[in-house]
Design a protein around this ligand. Structure first.
Ligand code: 5GP
Ligand code: ZN
Length: 114
């Protein structure tokens, strides 16, 4: 999608600090980190939000969780744990209209959310 911030990051139009990439997803550090480790995993395909998950693209969330488990082991935060967050829509706190999963680690992430 031509006017989408994360599509521009995926295609390199806007620079990002890349963590991982494969045929389905791109992962990069959040510009405003909320924990010592805070990166985003986004599908390369433009999907506006979790509300747009259908039978056709339902493989994406599972793939994201698999990639995060692999990165957790490689990056060294598997033992201490981590949180994966998806914000969907206005009340969910979504500010960028391209599906993304936050990965937060490196400190105890509080609960419940604000
Ligand atoms: P949301 O609030 O939609 O769940 O999360 C959007 C996230 O994207 C925020 O954590 C925000 O800091 C991050 N973000 C917004 N613009 C950019 C950018 O240009 N580069 C990077 N790396 N992250 C961004
Ligand atoms: Zn997009």
């Amino acid at each position: 999608m031509s006017d989408c911030l994360f599509c521009k990051i995926i295609n390199g139009e806007i620079p990002s600090s890349k963590i991982y990439e494969d045929e389905k997803v791109y992962a990069f550090n959040d510009i405003d980190p909320q924990a010592p480790v805070h990166f985003l995993v986004v599908p390369k395909q433009h999907i506006a939000s979790a509300l747009e998950i259908t039978e056709k693209n339902a493989d994406i969330p599972g793939h994201v969780f698999m990639v995060v488990a692999k990165l957790a082991k490689e990056m060294g935060f598997a033992d201490d744990g981590y949180r994966i967050v998806n914000n969907c829509g206005k009340d969910g706190g979504q500010t960028v209209g391209h599906l993304h999963f936050h990965v937060l680690a490196g400190r105890n992430i509080g609960w419940p959310p604000g």
